[in-house]
Design a protein around this ligand. Sequence first.
Ligand code: G4P
Length: 527
Amino acid sequence: MNIQDEMKKRRTFAIISHPDAGKTTMTEKMLLFGNLIRSAGTVKGKKSGKFATSDWMEIEKQRGISVTSSVMNFPYKGYQVNILDTPGHEDFSEDTYRTLTAVDSVVMVIDGTKGIEAQTLKLFKVCKMRGIPIFTFINKMDREGREPFELMEEIEETLNIETYPMTWPAGMGKRFLGVFDRNNEQFVHYTGNEEEAYIPYDQLDQHPELSENATFQEAEEEMLLVDEAGDGFDMDKVMRGDQTPVFFGSALAPFGVETFFNSFIEMAPEPAPRKSTEGIVSPDHEEFSGFIFKIQANMNPQHRDRIAFVRVCSGKFERGMNVTLSRTGKSFKLAQSQQFVASSRGTVEEGYAGDIIGIYDPNVYRIGDTIVTGKSNFEYDELPQFPPELFKKVTAKNVMKSKQFRKGLEQLVQEGAIQLFKRYRFEDYIIGAVGELQYEVFEYRMKNEYNVEIELTSIGERIPRWLREDQVDESLFDERNMLAEDREGNPLVLFKNDFSLRWFEDKHPDIELTDLFEVNQYNQTFE
Ligand code: G4P
């Protein structure tokens, strides 16, 4: 099979959700389709302890969680599925965001009893900023939840995206009968069995238990309303991330997952061309290229090894091939390569655009690096930085260790493990992260890799806003709204909270404040 046929089969996506919306349950059902696991209930370790995604890091073992966002891949109906896991809960970190730069689409799982929740919103914003197509699965229809129309409206208003219901539910909770599959013109009947029963619309009259049921009739009327008043399906909008196809079901039952997955896999985009310093690179370009979106150190404490996660963007990856690291122009042989299937690491011999491959990192790679073969030496667009939310002052416990401290800090910051700031005109280091876990990993690595014990003092959640150099007026700021500078020396303010930010904006309308999302967006659009 040639490069083009192979890459067209790839479906690389992440599942995003707020903790407890059902992402793990959903992932598990998908793995069942791929025959990757034999029975449900084997994926989750946190509560049942049955499964631990990896024991790569001591910290993972201690907490019984997975720091690593792993990759699961399996063939399904002629496609090659790559699911990238995005950690939820307290494991939330910049890695979670960065994972989204390596996927071609996203499945957003929403708890139908709750609607849009905070973490979904954060992840959604990143998808939107990058124009990633988003497919929505409204979960927990087996429970009494919010009205479907209300949920659609909330998605549209909160996320500023059009919705197109691909399926429409008949009832919910105890009255749940199934969903209308609008695309395939069939009713998917919820019978309580794992198998989904499909009844074509024109055979519904043979099922009086449905056609004469008040809940069913009500749903039929709602469907008419959706047909008439709703937005039309627009694949171009879906591909731009301006419209989201919506499905209803229950990951636990399971119900509607198969209907969702079959439609999703057909509709979801194959790997797209990507922007580089030498113009657009097509995924079927004959030369291999890829970028590193994550580096995981200390997977094996005995060897102090580091694994770089590469998203293949074009050509064919082969084990043992020679590649050039564009940033330095140096060549390497990719002798060790791994693909990640949940807990096991298997050696991978080849890969195509859309695949995620782990390569051994002899301490030369950085997050965002591009590797290529052939004569070209381009780099993919820089990975965006994500606005940190938690901030802590960091010092070495032992002042004698300040040299190692600075070295560790520098390297870990460069690796993208954490973001570094300095208090304006002070030597105080402040580090920023999007999740608490990043601090734990940082502290652990400083101790184990650089032999420095650190002291972290929280300055709480903050809202960072960058400001123009010529508008810096130190007298306007204090501990509450702290003036700082980022790694490049750009001034910013760490506002105490939303209220302080708004108060400041009201008082000083002339001072221009920018958030990182805007900065990123600006770079993307006008580069
Ligand atoms: P997460 O990965 O997004 O955090 O969610 P997870 O799949 O772990 O699901 C969170 C809880 O919601 C779990 O219950 C799970 O069984 C339940 N759940 C998931 N999908 C559905 C659904 O379609 N319907 C209903 N009723 N519940 C669902 P738990 O009691 O917190 O955990 P567990 O003891 O079942 O593992």
